[in-house]
Design a protein around this ligand. Structure first.
Ligand SMILES: NC(=O)c1ccc[n+]([C@@H]2O[C@H](COP(=O)([O-])OP(=O)(O)OC[C@H]3O[C@@H](n4cnc5c(N)ncnc54)[C@H](O)[C@@H]3O)[C@@H](O)[C@H]2O)c1
Length: 262
């Protein structure tokens, strides 16, 4: 029970990677608080009813600074402290740079960058007071390392989160707050299913199958695999790790070419 007695906030925990993180954190004994704006949240809570004493949720948009501050104040009133924050909520809407509106660009920047900023800003004073914390940001291999077409706005935000991670890590080291980033490759989530649908409306499964073929492990990752890495970064087993970017991609960023080799 490596997360026993830990109070953890997971943004975007209603589905996808966030839900995988929530499930693994619950398994390891954490009290988990989901912040998510999706209507799916109710269904998720019902499905996890076995954990009802350990699981709490707020339906909130991470873009709304005032609402986020109210949630965090409320969480502190009820739980007294916050040990772990996972900035997982994010969006990816495919669009070529030439066609991308300023509105769609800003939507990515507002959720993926400013949303993570807002929640961190509200949580960190309490971690500082407690002289303890682990913050985990969901970046991506997309942006810092690789990209597919239509991902300029998304990739920009995911690269920005690396700068956020490193600069916050150095500022907060004296407060015993560690800040790290997870860089997943393709993980099978509603986000990727939607992107596959946008890429090939007739046959989205073919898109998923072709992604899998291009990955050395020949499969997409699972949200629970992201959860296990997040749990490691959240707990004391990773106590000497801060400011780092950890890739979890089934080897997808390894191949140098697809033609050389015996
Ligand atoms: N799936 C992948 O292949 C992949 C790869 C690399 C990185 N990531 C990152 O993992 C994170 C989760 O991705 P996913 O694939 O699970 O996505 P998803 O779309 O399946 O789930 C995202 C969750 O975030 C919530 N959310 C989005 N915007 C929000 C907002 N403004 N306020 C509150 N909640 C909000 C959604 O309601 C949803 O529950 C993202 O940051 C994404 O960039 C995903």
């Amino acid at each position: 029970m490596k997360l026993k007695d830990q109070i953890a906030i997971v943004t975007g925990g209603a589905m996808g990677n966030g839900l995988g993180i929530v499930k693994v954190f619950l398994k390891y004994g954490a009290t988990v608080i989901i912040l998510d704006y999706s209507d799916e949240l109710n269904t998720t809570l019902k499905k996890l009813n076995n954990y009802k004493n350990q699981l709490f949720a707020y339906k909130v948009d991470i873009r709304n600074e005032e609402s986020i501050q109210k949630c965090i104040n409320h969480i502190i009133q009820n739980h007294n402290h916050i040990d772990v924050l996972v900035n997982n909520a994010g969006i990816c809407n495919l669009e070529l740079f030439a066609n991308m509106s300023s509105e769609l660009r800003d939507k990515h920047f507002d959720i993926n960058i400013k949303g993570s900023w807002n929640v961190t800003k509200a949580v960190i004073p309490y971690m500082e007071k407690n002289k303890k914390g682990s913050i985990i940001n969901l970046s991506s291999v997309t942006g810092p390392m690789v990209a597919d077409t239509g991902e300029v706005a998304y990739a920009t935000t995911k690269a920005a989160l690396i700068g956020f991670t490193k600069s916050l890590a150095i500022e907060e080291v004296e407060n015993n707050i560690r800040v790290n980033a997870i860089l997943p490759g393709y993980i099978l989530t509603p986000m990727v299913e939607k992107m596959a649908q946008e890429t090939n409306e007739q046959n989205p499964q073919e898109v998923i199958d072709n992604i899998a073929k291009a990955i050395p492990m020949r499969r997409l990752g699972t949200p629970e695999e992201i959860g296990e890495l997040a749990a490691f970064l959240a707990c004391d087993e990773s106590s000497y790790i801060t400011g780092q970017t950890i890739v979890i991609d089934g080897g997808s960023t390894l191949p140098e070419t697809n033609s050389m080799g015996i």
